[in-house]
Design a protein around this ligand. Structure first.
Ligand code: NAI
Ligand code: MG
Length: 363
């Protein structure tokens, strides 16, 4: 029976990189490797232009019914002044929240052909292959109270609240341990139990789940600030890192810069497996945005989007061999010297210095 993939290209280069992935899906179907039925929807600014919302109820229904969602990118200056609740990003946040996509997987792989493009020295990053598992629907970004109040003395006080329950921690660490078993069997759990109560609970739950269910997997607890330092010092010591929403946001961005370019980074956001079928809701997207500065020029790097399709093959469809072949095709293409503009100048250290120096100072 064919599997349903909902394509949500979004805005800007989202539509350009999605076209590349559509071509791969069509090829896979034609070659008999897969049997995918694709449908398309609007999200972000594109949905606002058509329906005055960041995602329509009809497309939400399609997303809920799909076996997997491929998401391009949303946003751009055109929608800078739309009402806050309909801003392009709201569509993505609604998908994550309504589908309960609590597990965000961000691999950071440094291809040998691009090792000189990393922020660090070649020997530190070459062959790097780590996976950050970030809790995506809890913690500081969602805890209540969340407010800014004006005090009697005229000062203002801002409050964000970090909340985690045993259930939320258990389900994310299980994802991390399961994934570690398919990789190098080592999990680092990053929190700050030394200063945060949520960190104390986090460490306690991880320790228990490990002892009861995953004693075969290596486990190390690490303070999140030390984890950040180790990521730029000796990143290859890591395999899987599991952490909360806030620390995961920061650590995964830091890890991203070890790999060379924003245009290279895929991600997966997964829900819980269904108790009877074992299938799970899932959305796959590149880490980068809609890149208005290069939209329409035909120069967008499609690798992050293609890597996101490879993650869908792996995590939604159990097509491990096909996923490995697609990842392998990315490595082979890079090794052959073929490049989009964003990574072309980084092929050799000398040209990298000459042509990329101005962009290195970009904040
Ligand atoms: P961005 O990721 O769109 O672009 C940053 C820089 O990286 C730009 O110079 C861009 O040209 C380059 N770049 C990004 N992806 C590339 C690719 N595949 N190939 C070649 N170069 C690439 O981030 P920016 O400029 O801060 O945001 C632009 C818009 O995207 C904003 O409206 C922002 O809100 C939105 N955004 C959306 C995200 C999403 O849909 N998940 C994530 C991040 C930003
Ligand atoms: Mg971020």
């Amino acid at each position: 029976m064919s599997k349903n993939i909902l394509l949500l290209p979004g805005d800007g280069i989202g539509t350009e990189i999605m076209a590349e992935v559509e071509a791969i899906i069509a090829w896979m179907n034609a070659a008999g490797i897969a049997d995918f039925a694709t449908d398309k929807g609007l999200v972000g600014g594109a949905a606002y232009d058509a329906h005055k919302v960041s995602i329509s109820e009809e497309d939400m229904a399609k997303a809920t019914a799909a076996d997997a969602i491929l998401f391009g990118a949303v946003g751009g200056p055109k929608w800078a002044d739309v009402p806050y609740e309909h801003r392009p990003e709201a569509g993505l946040l609604r998908l994550r929240k309504d589908l309960d996509l609590f597990a965000n997987l961000r691999p950071a792989i440094c291809y040998p052909a691009l090792a000189d493009a990393s922020s660090l020295k070649r020997e530190v990053v070459e062959g790097l292959d780590i996976l950050i598992v970030r809790e995506l629907t809890g913690g500081t970004y969602f805890g209540s109270p969340k407010e800014i109040v004006t005090l009697e003395n005229g000062q203002k006080r801002a409050v964000d609240t970090q909340v985690y329950t045993t259930f939320e921690i258990e389900r994310i660490v299980r994802v991390a341990f399961e994934l570690a078993r398919t990789r190098n069997n080592k999990v680092f759990s990053a929190e700050k139990h030394n200063v945060m109560r949520s960190g104390v609970l986090w460490k306690e739950v991880v320790t228990r789940v490990h002892a009861e269910e995953y004693a075969d997997v290596g486990l190390e607890h690490i303070l999140a600030d030390n984890c950040a330092m180790q990521l730029v010092r000796r990143p290859k010591q890591f395999d899987v890192i599991v952490t909360d929403n806030l620390f995961g946001d920061i650590l995964s961005d830091a890890a991203a810069m070890l790999t060379g370019s924003l245009g290279m980074l895929p991600s997966a956001s997964l829900g819980a497996p269904d108790a009877t079928t074992g299938s799970r809701k899932a959305l796959y997207e590149p880490v980068h945005g809609s890149a208005p500065d290069i939209t329409g020029k035909g120069v967008a790097n499609p690798i992050a989007m293609i890597g996101s399709l490879a993650m869908a093959l792996r995590y939604s469809f159990g097509m491990i061999e096909a996923a490995e072949k697609l990842d392998g095709a990315i490595a082979t293409t890079l090794a052959s010297g073929l490049r989009t503009g964003d990574i072309a100048a980084r092929a050799s250290p000398r040209s990298a210095r000459r042509r990329w120096a101005p962009r290195c100072s970009r904040p």
